[in-house]
Design a protein around this ligand. Structure first.
Ligand code: ASP
Ligand code: MG
Length: 437
């Protein structure tokens, strides 16, 4: 079994949905297809939910009506036959009847909101399933809410998901299943979700839960690139990455994959392949094969970073100092990305500034605190452990004129991170591209 996941843009228009259908049905592999909501829909549902939580029913109702109009035209274009259009139209009418009912629930709460957010994926999968019926391609629609569950901590229950899903696959034998990304059920049995962008996570979870051969994530980019294509010209897709390398890249800006989404696949050793719906013949990126080749594979950058320096002579020969500093960040639920230390100072970076004022206030108890905002982490990813001597030299030679605020090397064999002022990011990415690739 192979798991295919198509994102919101891949099913964003009727034409693109036709394309996905064609791509999928021309491939004889047994498969489960995971779909996101039509692009833009989840954002609209979030907006509607916020209005309803805020008791602004009239505006919410209007936006629901506008959304329904969009889907009416979608149906008109998606289906070619009269019976197809009629069935699709009925289905949309029914879904929007449910949405309108939900919108007038007295005391609309967070739980109702989660039910609301699930409609994007419910609608896209039903549309796709109906379309496949129209073109006489047999498929089975598996409701994600029948097998995808999270525990009290919000963690997916991979074992249970596997058991229930295997049972469903047994009961309804097919070579072609469709299901919803993103949505799940919580321990109270209510509709919940795997957080924004969670459809990749669904695909990876399903792959892990039923020990699939492979998980394929289809987007409109032909894989993870060796540098940021928006900034550097002539980047190329990386053919192979290890899970660790992919995780580093996913976190540092390579928007193609949700950072936590490959974890289940990694845990169960299921390869993840990134493919492009715009060019299905392109090889894409295969994540999972451990490549022994030592080299630098990619560079990525993450903006919006704040560096914090805590300087204190009390640090000298003291123990427990770092713990106390970390506790401040823990208290405010703020995670630390980079860290470097000297005998009398610690510099670290955060990307979430929500509690910065309070954090700085508390850190002042330890010594002087300096802030540098608008920083970028440049992350160099690859297999660095056995790199020929001089990997650092190669990096710094490539960017002789860039002031580097922090360096992190040796944290893992897969990553060297540099912190620079965001004004230097472009120059740094281009210089490194020149010097390394
Ligand atoms: N539709 C959801 C979102 O927009 C999930 C996803 O697309 O991955 O966040
Ligand atoms: Mg997505």
């Amino acid at each position: 079994m192979v798991i295919y996941k198509f994102g919101g843009t891949s099913v964003g228009t009727p034409t693109r949905m036709h394309k996905v259908a064609q791509l999928i049905t021309s491939d004889p592999t047994d498969k489960i297809v995971v779909l996101s909501a039509v692009s833009g829909t989840t954002n609209t549902l979030v907006e509607i939910g916020e209005l309803l939580l805020d008791n602004k029913h009239h505006i919410a109702k209007k936006i629901i009506e506008e959304l329904e109009e969009k889907y009416k035209s979608f149906v008109d274009e998606l289906f070619a036959t009269e019976p197809g259009k009629a069935a699709g139209g009925e289905m949309i009418k029914d879904f929007f009847r449910q949405l309108h009912t939900l919108a007038i629930v007295p005391g609309f709460n967070e739980g109702n909101n989660k039910t609301l957010l699930a409609y994007g994926e419910l609608i896209s999968t039903h549309l796709f399933h109906h379309y496949l019926n129209e073109v006489q391609e047999p498929s089975v629609l598996l409701p994600a809410l029948d097998f995808m569950t999270i525990d009290k901590e919000g963690e997916p229950e991979v074992e249970n998901i596997g058991k229930r899903l295997s049972q469903l696959l047994q009961e309804q034998k097919s070579q072609f299943y469709i299901t919803q990304g993103f949505i799940c059920r919580n321990p109270a049995g209510q509709t919940d979700n795997l957080k924004r962008g969670g459809s990749d996570y669904t695909a990876s979870l399903i792959g892990a839960a039923i020990h699939a051969e492979e998980v394929q994530i289809w987007t409109d980019i032909d894989g993870m690139h060796n540098n940021d294509p928006r900034i550097v010209q002539d980047t190329h897709p990386i053919s192979e990455l290890t899970f660790d390398e992919a995780a580093e890249l996913a976190y540092f800006g390579a928007k193609i994959l949700h950072p936590s989404s490959i974890l289940p696949a990694q845990k169960y050793g299921i390869p993840v392949r990134l493919k492009s719906t715009m060019d299905e013949t392109a090889a894409g990126t295969l994540i999972g094969v451990a490549s022994a080749k030592a080299d630098i594979k990619a560079i990525a950058a993450k903006d919006g970073i704040t560096a914090i320096k805590i300087k204190s002579t009390r640090m000298l020969l003291a123990h427990g100092f770092l713990r106390r500093i970390f506790e401040v960040f823990e208290k405010y639920g703020t995670s630390i990305d980079m860290i470097t230390t000297s005998e009398v100072a610690v510099s670290l970076t955060i990307d979430n500034k929500t509690h910065i004022t309070k954090i700085v206030e508390e850190l002042r108890a330890f010594g002087t605190v300096e802030l540098d905002e608008n920083q970028s982490i440049i992350c160099i990813v690859g297999n660095m452990v056995s790199e020929k001597k001089g990997v650092l030299m190669k990096i710094f030679d490539a960017i002789p004129d860039i002031p580097v605020r922090m360096v992190s090397y040796g944290g893992s064999r897969n990553n060297i991170s540099l912190l620079v002022d965001t004004n230097y990011k472009k120059e740094a990415l281009m210089g490194l591209n020149e010097g390394i690739f």
